[in-house]
Design a protein around this ligand. Sequence first.
Ligand code: GLC
Ligand code: GLC
Length: 649
Amino acid sequence: MNYAADVSVCLDRILESTDLSGLTKKDATLFTQRLEAHFPSLFEKYTYVYGHQYDCYYHLQKLVETLRDGVKKRKPALKKLDENRLKSPLWYRDEKQVGLACYVDLMGPTLNDLHDRIPYYKALGITYLHLMPLYDAPAGDSDGGYAVSDYRKVNPTLGTTADLEKLADALLKEGINLVLDFVFNHTSDEHRWAKAALEGKKQYQNYYYVYDDRTIPDQYETTLREIFPQVRRGSFTFNEQMQKWVWTTFNSFQWDLNYSNPEVFNAITSEMLFLANIGSAALRLDALAFIWKEMGTNCENQDKAHVLIQAFNCCLEIAAPAVVFKSEAIVHPDEVNKYIGEDECKLSYNPLLMALLWNSLATRKTRLLTRSMQKSFAISDNCTWVNYVRCHDDIGWTFDDDVAQELGINGNDHRFFLNQFFTGRFEGSFANGVPFAENPSNGDCRVCGSLASLCGLESALQNNDAKGIEEAVNRMLLLYGITFSIGGIPLLYSSDEIAKLNDYSYRDDVTKQHDDRWVNRIAVTPEDTALAMEKVQRTLSPQEDASLKVFKGLQHMLAIRKTHAVFGKARTYILEASNHHCFAFSRENENGEKLLVISNFSEHVQQVDGEILRTLNGTSCKDLLSDSTFKGDETVVTLRPFQQLWITQ
Ligand code: GLC
Ligand code: GLC
C-alpha cells in the first residue's frame, strides 16, 4: 500500500467511527472537506512525533473528535469570519494594521472598563489588540499571568469569560482584532492537571516531566540554558509533595508540559480551540522554542518543536481557519526565521530588529543593523513580521555573532557594553535601564526599562535638560517610525505611546521585587488617555508635554502609514546608506509604488549621498513626514539629528 492510500484509508476509518450527528449538515460537510485537505499533513506530523507509540492511532482518532467539537462550538459569526479570511487571507499584511499590547489590569483595570478605552485605541489607529494573559493564575506571583491555572476561565480579578467574549465582539465591530496568548509550553502548578499529578495520579504526572531523582535532570542540565537564574539555578524544581523533580524552564511554579505524550497534545489542542472560539484573530505562541526536549541539546528550537507547531497549525486550519499563529521566539535570528511559514507561524515577533534598533541608538552606528537586516529580514510573502520596540519582557541582545564578527565586533564584549550602556553604567549614557536575570556563573544579563526611560527622558527630566528631553522624544519617534515603515505589523507596547517612565513601585511588592521586568509594566490611567486625547485644559508639565509630543508624533506617522499602500504588501530592500550613522531601506509593491526611508541615529546633522534618491527613479519626490520636496537630482540628502524621511514619488 502506498503512502497516500495509507493516509486516506486512515481518514476513512476515522470518519467511519466519528459521530458527526451533532454538527449541522453544512458544518459536517465543511469539516469533512477541511479534513480531506489538511488531514494528510496532520497525519504526517502526528505520526512523525508519535508513530512509534502503540496507541498513536487511538490518539489520532481522539484528536479528530476534539477538532469536531471545536467546530461544533464555533459561533456563527466566527464561521463567517473563517469564510471571509479564507477568501482574503493576507489581512495581516495590510497597511491599515497597527497593534497594541496591554495588560488588562494596567489599562482597565477590568475587561468591562476596556470598552471605554476603545475611542483611545481608535484615536491611535489600533486594529489589533493583544491582551496579555488574562486567564486564571496563582494569586501573588504568576509570572505576569504566564502561569496559567485554567485556560477556560478568565482571572476573576479581571472579569468573566462572558465579559471577554463581549469585549471581543465590541472590538470586532470597531475593526479591532483580538489577539490572545496561548501559553502552551507550561501550566501553573495549580492547573487541574498539575493538581492531579500532585495527588500522585500517574496519568497526570505523565503530562509533565517528573523524575524520581536527579539522574536524568543532571544529564539534561549539562546542556541547558538558565532562563531565570535570579529566581532559581538550573531548570528543575524539587516538589516536596510528590518528592520528585519537575522540569520548570521558567519559574518553579511553571511546569513544562510533556509533548512526548500524545494525550498532552490532544488536551492542549482542546484548550487552544477554546481560545480560538472566543474570537481571537491570532494566538501568540508563548515560549514556543522550548516545547520539545532532546537529551544532549539545549532543548530549544528542536526539530520536533517545529513539527508539533505545524501539527497545531493543521488543527487550526481544520477547526478555526481564521486564526493565525504569532511566534514568540526570542532566540538566535536564524532560529527565529525557522518558525515562520504558511504551515507554521504566519506572524512572528522580530526580536532582531528590536534589539538592533536599541544597539544603533547606543552606538549611533547602523552597520550591524544594516548587515543583519540584509541577512534576516526577508521572509515568505504570505507571512509577516510583528515589529516592536518594547514589550512586557526584558531586552535580550539576540544578534548573530558571526555577522558581528564580520564587522569586527566581538559579540560577547558588545553585549557587555550594551548592558552597561542601557543600565546607565556607561559614562555618558542617556539610558535609565535596570539589569535583569544576571547570571552569577557567566555574567550574562539582559535589560529592562520603559521606552521613555531607555531613550533618555527620565534623566533629561531629572536634569531639567530641555535639549535632552527633545532628543529623548526624537529617539522614541525614530525607533517607532522604523517599525511603522519597514514592513510588517507594528506593535505598540501600551504606555510607550505616551512615553511613561519606569515604574519602580514593584520594588515594594514582595510578589514582584525579584522580577525587574515589572519596571516596564506600567499603568495607563484615564488621566493619561485624557492627556493624550487633549482633554486636559491646563499648562502641561515638561513630562506631560513630552508625553503628548510622542503620542501626537506616533499618531501622525500611523495616519500616513494607513493611507499609502506601499506600507502594506510590498517588498523591503535594505540599502547601504553611505553614512554609518544612517539606516536606509526602500519598499516597492506590485503596482510599482515605491518608498524610500532614511533615518539618522545620531544627535548630529548627517548627510547621505544623493545617489540614494535614484532608488525612486531620480524624479521629484516628497517626504511624507515633513512634506518637504526633493528634485531627485540632489547631490546630498541632509538629515537633522534623529530625523527620519519617508520619501515617495
Ligand atoms: C514568554 C513571556 C514571558 C514569560 C515566559 C514564560 O517569554 O513573554 O513574560 O515569562 O514566556 O511564560
Ligand atoms: C523568553 C526568552 C528569554 C526571555 C524570557 C522571558 O521566552 O527566551 O530570553 O528573556 O523568555 O523574559
